[in-house]
Design a protein around this ligand. Sequence first.
Ligand SMILES: *Cc1c(COP(=O)(O)O)cnc(C)c1O
Length: 387
Amino acid sequence: MKSRKLLMIPGPIEFEPDVLQAMAVPTTSHVAPNFIDVFGNALDMMKEVWKSTSGQPFIVAGSGTLAMDMAASNLIEKGDSALVISTGYFGERFKDILETYGAETTVLSAPIGEVVPLDIIEETLKGGSYKLLTFTHVDTSTGVMVAPEAICKLAQKYGVLTILDGVCSVAGEEILQEKWGVDVVLTGSQKAIGVPPGLALLVASQKALDVWKNRKTPVGNYYASWNNWLPIMIAYQEERPSYFGTPPVNLILALEKSLSIICDEGIGARVQRHKRLARAFRAAITSLNLSILPTEDVIAAHTLTAVYYPENIDGALLRAHMVADDVIVAGGLLSEIKTTYFRVGHMGSVSSNDLLAVLGALERALQSQNYPFEMGVSLRTFQDSLI
Ligand SMILES: *Cc1c(COP(=O)(O)O)cnc(C)c1O
């Protein structure tokens, strides 16, 4: 009997067998010529995925939160003003990180399921003197996606650096770092990049590096400091041995494999696949009369979907029923409404087969609690939307 469960949460995701196999090899030295090659390739391919020819990529052992920490600690000096545009749980986290380094923060929080309107962002930028702003491309707690380009334009108009939390979007949603002029785009390995947890990844613009170089005070973090990591990244790009902290050799082998799978598919085609599946999945969910957390379709992410439980349905029981049917989805994350909704991740190597399995398990779980619907309707709607 096949005992494997399908992991459909917004990270960690299901990983490609080739990616897992790339890790399952004897660990080499971090200065072995072959590994230096692999590390350099991975850095190059990041620039392709982020669409930044002039940016500086970083690969460091840690989770996505370390990438947030790295951006904040290198760019913030005590007393700097920072604007946090929050669409959920991870906006709040950025506020905490920025304040750790002495930033004076202003938070613009969107109502649950919505985005912060551009005119409010502009008004705030006009009324303050911010060094940087942070925003979350896809907030994993709400499934809300913001449109980064317009926010970047405003930031440039007011001379403000931009940090995009792309942990739930890089390699799943469209990102054009250079064209949009985003100063830092960051992610973690276990989401749409498709590598087991353990890597913090970011690309910094030359402007961000200049701001860091011209700091008046030292970086208030040792492990995350670009003083330590920039020379290492440059050395790997120039195929020279170097050492600061031992890199997670096997994870970086996996990263190189995953990035090459992503580049082979083509980032444009990959984003299209995410869009097509996400739209069909939302249509299927709606056909069950379930409601989706983002209040409008245009701000619904393509990497995950957040869905409210219907009335009179026990959410924990619903998910447990799905687990018993070998499909794992995630519960809520946003504290105010945590028990009222669930989340389905559909990023990375996700296929229509995976989502058909989710819908099948969801229907059986709803049926078990006597939710009124026509069995099969979501599967049919999903199929129809894909044709
Ligand atoms: C998952 C996630 C994070 C945190 O990443 P970790 O790898 O769990 O530290 C930050 N921001 C967003 C948008 C995320 O989805």
